[in-house]
Structure formats: structure tokens, C-alpha cells
Design a protein around this ligand. Structure first.
Ligand SMILES: NC(=O)C1=CN([C@@H]2O[C@H](COP(=O)(O)OP(=O)(O)OC[C@H]3O[C@@H](n4cnc5c(N)ncnc54)[C@H](OP(=O)(O)O)[C@@H]3O)[C@@H](O)[C@H]2O)C=CC1
Ligand SMILES: O=C(O)C1=N[C@H](C(=O)O)C[C@H](O)C1
Length: 240
């Protein structure tokens, strides 16, 4: 594939390395100092975008306007998801978003959803989510933690809304706590706690390879799809 990398930071640079090793061609590397995105990107098959929450949606608009398939991992923008979905529908484009491209988190998410169903009828268990990331991370809580939380709410009638960093947890609230330390790539923990015992599901990224390889796999998948919005559930179908 001929790839445009939008966002040449930690993820963009690793994606360049691993995509090149897989035989793909990096045609553009666009960072915040490079205004190339305002011009037409020519002769590329897909754009892979990892930037910042406040700029992602405008990047999607520029790319969708050029009918360029978009794989994006940028988090912290999903309050605008409906607007982006309509943009993709209106432009007949292809869009793949994942808050976390690692296979391990995809498996952990499916496990968490099943665990939510199992514990729904045992109100003695209360659940919380904790996430740990590097100090350079701009958004909190992480997109992955929010994804875990939204999926638990979808699978457990006892929870209705996410509460970030709560001091006083109300009935039906699912608390998420974020910690920023050193250069932690991304750790997420879902803990069901009762007076008697605890059930803990934890995913620890040891490095950023899983995120980058997953994004490249998503791009290889997306370029062969019809127009639409795709997720990890389309890329990795689990027998659940
Ligand atoms: N879905 C997943 O699996 C993963 C998602 N992420 C998410 O991806 C995003 C990026 O993470 P990461 O690479 O670690 O962050 P970095 O800060 O290392 O990289 C982001 C890059 O985007 C650049 N940038 C900012 N604005 C623009 C713009 N308008 N056009 C092009 N580039 C721009 C920044 O430039 P400058 O430094 O000059 O501002 C920076 O180089 C975050 O939202 C993070 O949460 C991260 C890892 C995995
Ligand atoms: O900023 C990061 O580094 C990461 N962000 C994503 C998120 O917000 O969930 C994915 C991963 O945890 C790394």
C-alpha cells in the first residue's frame, strides 16, 4: 500500500518503521508543522492518522474530501462521532476507528463484556476501571478506558453512566480513574469488587508495537472494503 502518515509522533514514527518493514510505501509524513494536508494528497491508498484530540476531526474532513480511506487511532474526539459518521456517509468514504488497535485489548474487551453479563445478577460486585499511561498523554481518561466503560454499560443493566475521577460514586455510575506515570504505553484494569472477593481483568501493553501493527492490519483490511465505518469487530471476529 501507498500510505500517508498523518501525525508523525510516537505512533506515526513506529507505523512508518513497521509498515516499511512489511513492504508498504510511506508517501507522506505530515506533522503539525507541515501544511501538506491542505493540498491534495496524490497517489496514496490510505491515510493513517494518529494526532491530537482537538485536530482529528478537521483532519478527517480534509481527507474525506479527497476520498482517501482513513484509519485513525486518535482518541478524545468521539463526542463528535455522529458528525464524522455522517461525513463518511455523505462522501462515500471508508473510515476505520479504534481507541485501541491491539489484539490483546480486543480480546480483553470481549472478555470484559462477557464478565459484565455474568455479574449483572450479582449486585454484591461493584466495578471500577483504572488506566495508567505515560505523562505525555493529552487526554484522560483514555479512549480505551471509555470503550471498556461504554461496553460494560451496554452489557450490565446495573450501570447507566461513566463517572471520571469521582469522589462520591452514585448508584448506576461506573467510575474510571486515570494515572499518568513515566512512559507507560497503556495499562487498563477492570475490577469487580465485593466484600468477599475481587475479580480483576488487566491488559498491559509492554510497548506500542501492538497498536501500530493493528493499525497497519486495519489499513490492509480497509482498502478492500466498501464505503462505510469499520471497527475492530469487523477486523477480528470473535466466536462469542
Ligand atoms: N488507537 C490506538 O491503538 C492508539 C491511540 N493512540 C492515540 O493516538 C494519538 C497520538 O498518540 P501519540 O502518537 O502517542 O502522540 P504524539 O503526541 O507522540 O504524536 C501526535 C503527533 O501529531 C502531530 N500533530 C498535531 N497536530 C497535527 C496536525 N494538525 N496534523 C498533523 N499532525 C499533527 C503532533 O505534532 P506536534 O508534536 O508538533 O504537536 C505529534 O507529532 C493520541 O490521541 C493517542 O491517544 C496512541 C496509541 C495507540
Ligand atoms: O495515548 C496513548 O499512548 C494511548 N492512547 C490510546 C487510548 O487513549 O486508549 C490507546 C493506548 O492505550 C495508548
Amino acid at each position: 500500500m501507498r500510505i500517508a502518515i498523518i501525525g508523525y509522533g510516537k505512533m506515526g514514527q513506529l507505523i512508518e518503521k513497521l509498515a516499511t518493514e512489511k513492504g508498504h510505501e510511506i508517501v507522506y509524513k505530515i506533522d503539525s508543522h507541515n501544511t501538506k494536508l491542505t493540498a491534495n494528497l496524490e497517489n496514496i491508498d490510505v491515510a493513517i492518522e494518529f494526532t491530537h484530540p482537538e485536530i482529528a476531526v478537521s483532519n478527517y474532513k480534509k481527507l474525506a474530501g479527497q476520498n482517501i480511506p482513513i484509519v485513525t487511532g486518535t482518541t478524545g474526539w468521539t463526542d463528535n462521532f455522529d458528525e464524522v459518521e455522517k461525513l463518511i456517509q455523505d462522501t462515500g468514504n471508508r473510515f476505520f476507528y479504534a481507541s485501541n488497535f491491539s489484539i490483546g485489548v480486543h480480546l480483553a474487551m470481549a472478555t470484559s463484556n462477557y464478565l459484565a453479563k455474568l455479574t449483572e445478577n450479582f449486585p454484591e460486585y461493584s466495578v471500577r476501571i483504572d488506566e495508567w499511561h505515560h505523562t505525555a498523554k493529552k487526554d484522560a481518561p483514555s479512549g480505551t478506558a471509555l470503550s471498556f466503560g461504554r461496553e460494560i454499560i451496554n452489557n450490565h443493566k446495573g450501570y447507566k453512566k461513566i463517572s471520571t475521577e469521582p469522589t462520591d460514586i452514585q448508584e448506576g455510575e461506573l467510575p474510571i480513574y486515570a494515572y499518568r506515570e513515566n512512559d507507560i504505553p497503556g495499562t487498563h484494569q477492570i475490577k469487580y469488587d465485593s466484600e468477599i472477593d475481587s475479580i480483576i481483568l488487566r491488559h498491559e501493553a509492554k510497548n506500542r508495537q501492538g497498536f501500530a501493527l493493528g493499525a497497519i492490519k486495519a489499513a490492509e483490511f480497509l482498502v478492500n472494503q466498501k464505503p462505510g465505518v469499520y471497527t475492530m469487530n469487523d477486523l477480528i471476529k470473535l466466536p462469542l
